[in-house]
Design a protein around this ligand. Structure first.
Ligand SMILES: C[S@@+](CC[C@H](N)C(=O)[O-])C[C@H]1O[C@@H](n2cnc3c(N)ncnc32)[C@H](O)[C@@H]1O
Length: 316
């Protein structure tokens, strides 16, 4: 059952909980269609949050933001009537799994999938999202609550780099958004799970005019945000606008000869491989991490203090 919140962001879900009370008062918590089939009611109780469906236009936009393709496995956390997973299969050709605590909703979503002709590509499973492994997902979707998102954050951060996460309405505090879209005034947020780029790296690259060059550089990471410095002989310099999108890293630096160079590389565990470009053309760039990778800043489970701070900010 939903907790009481002042913020207008929670209004639709709060309206939902008011509906539950009204329905309970009328003695009709669950609706049964004329033909006897189960029909859910907007705002009906769920384990950690009530059922309110995401509008279809926003469902499509969320899947577009995640760039869903037929090769993706989409998991909706708290799948309700199944609409997100069904749309992923029907509109984008993806495979999908809906995790839903309410058994009746699981049956309802499965029937909706059959009606939509996508039963072969989707599955709905009765499960608690906090006790279920969904690490195989390429795309995770959710419409939950701010504190539930925060409780899931460390699990989401530990997913395969490049996994896309889209949330209707609620963000994840200081994990910076990669994209926001609004459809009819309702927001959806995208994050791309970052690789671990942190630590000390040593790189070599070849220059057109001259011998191979090497640099030592260090990256500090907080979620997907990076800061970095490079040591070029006795010169220490910051890296220019380092950025990370999944496993794809980019940064620039002014080398020891005063030449501006731009690196684009793919991180694979303790190695990165890519290209380095400068006025003399582009060449191969490889780097190896020296020592252990430090944990990614922000990847630890959210503490009680962080949770109450986030909830307080939301209520202001
Ligand atoms: C706000 S609805 C969103 C439904 C759907 N994802 C959508 O966007 O249309 C949240 C759903 O999560 C389900 N739910 C609540 N707590 C859950 C839990 N711990 N595990 C699985 N499902 C849960 C509710 O029953 C409800 O169907």
């Amino acid at each position: 059952m939903i907790r009481s919140q002042k913020t207008s962001l929670l209004a639709p879900l709060l309206r939902g909980s008011a509906l539950v009370l009204f329905a309970t008062f009328l003695g009709c918590g669950t609706l049964v269609a004329k033909d006897g089939a189960y029909e859910p009611m907007r705002g009906q109780a769920g384990k950690d949050v009530v059922w309110i469906p995401t509008p279809p236009e926003l469902v499509t936009r969320m899947l577009e933001m995640a760039q869903v393709t037929k090769d993706d496995f989409v998991v909706d956390l708290g799948s309700g009537d199944g609409r997100i997973v069904i749309a992923a299969a029907r509109e984008f050709g993806a495979r999908g799994l809906g995790l839903e605590y309410d058994e009746k909703m699981v049956g309802f979503a499965s029937r909706n999938a059959a009606t939509a002709g996508v039963s072969g590509r989707v599955e709905f499973r009765q499960a608690d999202i906090f006790k279920t492994d969904f690490s195989q997902a390429d795309v995770v979707t959710m419409y939950l609550l701010p504190d539930l998102n925060l409780r899931l954050r460390s699990t989401l951060m530990a997913m395969t780099p490049g996994t896309r996460i889209v949330s209707h309405q609620f963000s994840m505090a200081n994990w910076k958004l990669d994209e926001t879209s609004w459809v009819q005034g309702r927001p959806a947020y995208l994050w791309i799970v970052p690789a671990n780029a942190g630590g000390a790296w040593e790189a070599t690259y070849s220059r057109k005019a001259g011998a191979a060059a090497s640099i030592a550089f260090t990256l500090e990471q907080q979620f997907q945000e990076l800061k970095g410095t490079a040591q070029l002989g006795d010169i220490r310099t910051s890296l220019r606008t380092p950025s990370l999108r999944g496993r794809e890293l980019q940064f620039g630096f002014t080398d020891a000869d005063g030449v501006l160079r731009q690196v684009t590389a793919t991180i694979d565990g303790g190695r990165m491989q890519g290209r380095i470009a400068g006025p003399d053309g582009s060449s191969a760039f490889t780097a190896e991490r020296k020592g252990e990778a430090p944990p990614v800043g922000g990847s630890a489970p959210v503490t009680g203090d962080e949770l109450s701070n986030a909830m307080r900010q939301l209520g202001e």
